[in-house]
Design a protein around this ligand. Structure first.
Ligand SMILES: C[S@@+](CC[C@H](N)C(=O)[O-])C[C@H]1O[C@@H](n2cnc3c(N)ncnc32)[C@H](O)[C@@H]1O
Length: 254
């Protein structure tokens, strides 16, 4: 996966978010669950890095207290543009920055919390990124970092691999997973907790699966779309539904 082309704007990310929204068994909702775990002391200053299209704030803005100063950042200009559009009708104020998490343009010890959801595995230098995060968090502050386990969406990865043999399962997330994340965080934080979100997908239509598969591979010859659709439709016809495992959770480090 080429991170730059994947996140030029939020279109590919959106199609992946969509499948979870429509077909997840756990109806509580991932973003709401994430928000429930965030601790916001009064007059907090919060930074989200790799904020994507700002969905965390779109879905939880009603819970944001007035005194919170919110900074949203991402390495992709297109993503920040889409994020601004996505949040523009909200009354809350968001401060946007385009920056690489390996080099965060803020002073030391100024944030009560940093949120880095499903993005730490993308940075080329995880150690530098974590040291930057630690530098800008106040001594009593928190890092929240969501990621996936190594078997996340394993049935869908197997399907993708069937059509794109070069696709390597777990390749994208392997540097920071639910299994190895604690070891990576230990150098910077003495207390680390993991919260697990229980869920799986049940899908009875081919299109969302085809869209998801095509969103994860970089240069796609669209002629393969029909072949994938027919294959998945056949599977749904014989099995009724396709069940996809999920393994997601969030580290809370302080
Ligand atoms: C899988 S998306 C997650 C978006 C959002 N956090 C969410 O949970 O919906 C990963 C995001 O991280 C951003 N990203 C990747 N590498 C980055 C880096 N080195 N610094 C900052 N952002 C980065 C991408 O542009 C993308 O928006």
């Amino acid at each position: 996966m080429n991170t730059k082309s994947q996140y030029q704007d939020s279109s590919r990310l959106k199609s992946r978010i969509q499948i979870h929204k429509l077909y997840s068994i756990n109806k509580y909702g991932w973003q709401k669950w994430v928000f429930d775990h965030l601790k916001f002391p009064a007059k907090s200053r919060i930074l989200e890095i790799g904020c994507g299209n700002g969905i965390l704030w779109r879905e939880n803005h009603k819970q944001i207290k007035n005194e919170i100063e919110l900074y949203l950042s991402d390495i992709s200009i297109g993503m920040i543009q889409d994020c601004k559009i996505n949040l523009r009708d909200l009354k809350e104020t968001f401060l946007f920055t385009v920056c690489d998490a390996r080099n965060i343009p803020f002073k030391n010890n100024i944030f009560n919390s940093v949120i880095a959801n499903h993005m730490l595995f993308h940075t080329d230098d995880l150690d530098k990124t974590l040291s930057e995060i630690k530098r800008i968090i106040k001594p009593d502050g928190y890092l929240y970092a969501a990621t996936n386990g190594k078997n996340h969406m394993k049935e869908l990865n197997e399907l993708t691999q069937f059509f794109f043999p070069d696709f390597k399962t777990g390749e994208v997330t392997k540097s920071f997973t639910l299994e190895n994340g604690k070891d990576k965080l230990r150098k910077y934080f003495s207390n680390i907790e993991i919260h697990y979100y229980k869920d799986y997908l049940v899908i009875n239509k081919a299109k969302p699966l085809v869209d998801y598969i095509l969103s994860t591979v970089d240069e796609v010859d669209r002629s393969i779309e029909v072949e994938i659709t027919n294959y998945i439709q056949g599977k749904i016809y014989s099995e009724g539904v396709i069940k996809i495992s999920k393994e997601s959770g969030m580290f809370e480090a302080f």
